[in-house]
Design a binder for this molecule. Structure first.
Ligand code: GDP
Length: 294
């Protein structure tokens, strides 16, 4: 995960780390290298610039030049700022409603159905009693896929293969969950290959009718800036409550993880780190920052 970015940041820091005495010019040059590393990682330009400007200001403001170990101090500042860039504190799901309704949104192939199964397992292991609703009406295989995942994680699935109406299926699923005392109802929805009006209208309608407490936008982290742009469009229409970044296990660059919070101002709540149902982590910005800086 993020190997390319780690290497580049490491190289940028090497110059400073060894030096007992550093100058403002050294700091400025290191920031330039760091900005380049961020741009190579597919972080958007504005985010990268604001970030390095801030780190530089904090570094000079905290007397990094006269510190005994300037490299270490700068690493600490970078760590704090990277964590802040990715959202600061971890943001938990709002699960206080009974039942809590969670809508899963995103494009085809992002990992929605897989995440629905992973989230059900995660909630079950926390003592919840979830139900999954198979709302991806255009991809018949998605219903089967969710049913297989349901068996695997031991969580029931509501499906209605006869219907092609995503709103009706979502409402039927919620009614079924209420009857069976499920305290979390996770509604998987249909995606499209790319953003189109029909998809946006449909998911907006599902939102309007089901009144979810959480809307999680699922996106493939390997798509970098595309992930960020897609997030922006979905957020403008849906005002989602959190982001799920999938396939971080294959993402060597990290641009989406670093840019998405500053662009859409919504927290990353979970990360997918593999195809298995257990490969889901709550997102902790500070841990991710430490990991990136090695
Ligand atoms: P959907 O169309 O959004 O429902 O996407 P799927 O859930 O069907 O996922 C598409 C593909 O991505 C599948 O082959 C999944 O196994 C894979 N996938 C999903 N999440 C992850 C992840 O975190 N890591 C990896 N490596 N693969 C994932």
């Amino acid at each position: 995960m993020f190997e390319n970015l780690q290497d580049k940041l490491d190289r940028a820091f090497k110059v400073l780390k060894g030096q007992g005495n550093i100058t403002e010019i050294n700091v400025a040059e290191t920031m330039k290298e760091i900005r380049k590393a961020l741009l190579d990682a597919d972080v958007n330009y504005k985010t990268a610039k604001t970030f390095t400007d801030q780190v530089k200001e904090k570094a000079l403001g905290s007397n990094v030049l006269t510190s005994i170990s300037p490299g270490q101090l700068l690493t600490k500042i970078m760590n704090d700022e990277l964590a802040a860039l990715m959202g600061g504190e971890a943001t938990e799901l709002d699960l206080k409603n009974n039942p809590t309704i969670i809508l899963i949104a995103g494009l085809n192939g992002a990992g929605k159905t897989t995440f629905t199964g992973k989230l059900a397992l995660h909630l079950k292991s926390k003592g919840k009693k979830p139900l999954m609703v198979a709302g991806d009406v255009y991809r018949p295989a998605a219903v089967d896929q969710l049913q297989v995942l349901g068996e695997q994680v031991g969580v029931p699935v509501y499906a209605n293969k006869e219907s092609k109406d995503p709103v009706a299926i979502a409402l039927e699923g919620i009614a079924e969950g209420k009857r069976n005392n499920n305290n979390v109802i996770i509604v998987d929805t249909a995606g499209r290959l790319s953003i189109d009006e029909a998809l946006m209208n449909e998911i907006s309608e599902v939102k309007a009718q089901t009144k979810p407490h959480e809307i999680l936008f699922v996106v493939d982290s390997m798509t970098g800036q595309d992930a960020v742009n897609t997030a922006k469009v979905f957020n403008d229409r849906l005002d989602f409550t959190g982001v799920v970044l999938t396939k971080l296990d294959g993402d060597t660059r990290g641009g989406a993880a670093l840019s998405i919070k500053s662009v859409v101002d919504k927290p990353i709540k979970f990360i997918g780190t593999g195809e298995k149902m257990e490969a889901l982590d709550v997102f902790y910005p500070d841990r991710m920052a430490s990991r990136i800086l090695g």
